[in-house]
Write a protein that binds this ligand. Structure first.
Ligand code: PDD
Length: 283
């Protein structure tokens, strides 16, 4: 089915969209992105996503105008209407833009490339969680600016594919004996009955789903500690789950073929899924 996307000021068919090989996003991975779910034809937590996009742009020295977020929101609403999106997601990709010669040093005045496109999207059903998912642990060898949602995702791609090629759902990352995040998700654990998630910092993405879940837990009087989680804490915990905009809560019941807790999906994992799905249903 033909799809209308937005590219640099134009609404065009996805199959007709072209960018130059001189785009710095193509040559250097010089750009940032967001992935924004659409539920019932409305972009989900759009302000939080656009705030993080602006912050990513600022952190890599890209220009931001005062009306940027309002413009992007307008474009998304237009795409929802043109494509009749219901349960989809937006991929928003902004590169530093076209530069006429390949040079690590960017020109200050080049125009950013802006691409927004949608795709169909299905969240895991509650039933799908019941058997749990398998995870594995690897060293986090990515750069020390993983708080930026950069389009340069080679490290994440390698780590996620390690999981996929070895029969795991997600790779959980350890740096200096501490859990940082998953290759494409944030991680929560329950240890001695306490819900914990790694502190924010340059080692991990400030996930919108992570943030929402912490807020929902706290509203329900469940304490969440944002703290260091060691590899040992992770491997001896009672529950582990991943959060992300694509699959909001995925319980990990085995890590490197060893059971987490009793090897079943635990109460807090279900609670996380339910809190998020009830929040979405109430929108
Ligand atoms: N990624 N950490 C990493 C490295 C991620 O790639 C993601 C999500 C998250 C979770 O962030 P959020 O809850 O805001 O989606 C954490 C998206 C879904 C992606 O790249 O496709």
């Amino acid at each position: 089915m033909s799809q209308t996307i937005y590219l640099n000021g134009e609404y065009i068919n996805r199959d007709d969209a072209k960018i130059s090989i001189m785009d710095r996003g193509f040559l250097f991975g010089d750009g940032v992105y967001e992935l924004i779910p659409i539920y019932n034809s409305k972009p989900f937590l759009i302000n939080k996503h656009l705030q993080r996009l602006r912050s990513s742009m600022e952190l890599v020295g890209m220009r931001t105008s005062s009306g940027l977020t309002e413009n992007l929101e307008q474009i998304m609403l237009e795409l929802i209407s043109r494509n009749q999106y219901v349960n989809h997601f937006f991929y928003v990709h902004i590169t530093r833009g076209y530069q006429s010669s390949r040079n690590h040093i960017y020109s200050e005045d080049i125009k950013h490339t802006i691409l927004i496109m949608g795709e169909e999207y299905k969240v895991f059903s509650r039933e799908k969680l019941e058997n749990g998912f398998k995870g594995c642990v690897r060293e986090d060898f990515r750069w020390m600016k993983s708080n930026i949602k950069s389009i340069s995702l080679l490290g994440n791609v390698m780590l996620k594919n390690y999981a996929a090629q070895n029969g795991f759902y997600e790779t959980l990352l350890i740096r200096d004996n501490k859990l940082t995040e998953g290759s494409a998700s944030n991680i929560f654990v329950v240890k001695n009955g306490q819900v914990m998630t790694p502190n924010l910092g340059v080692e991990l993405l400030p996930g919108v789903t992570r943030d929402l879940l912490i807020e929902l837990f706290r509203k329900n009087n469940i304490v969440v500690e944002e703290t260091d989680v060691t590899e040992d804490d992770l491997l001896t915990s009672e529950e582990v789950w991943c959060t992300s905009s694509t699959n909001y809560c995925v319980p990990i019941t085995e890590i490197d073929n060893k059971k987490i807790g009793k090897g079943n999906v635990g109460d807090y994992s279900y609670k996380s899924y339910d809190l998020i799905s009830n929040f979405i249903s109430a929108l």
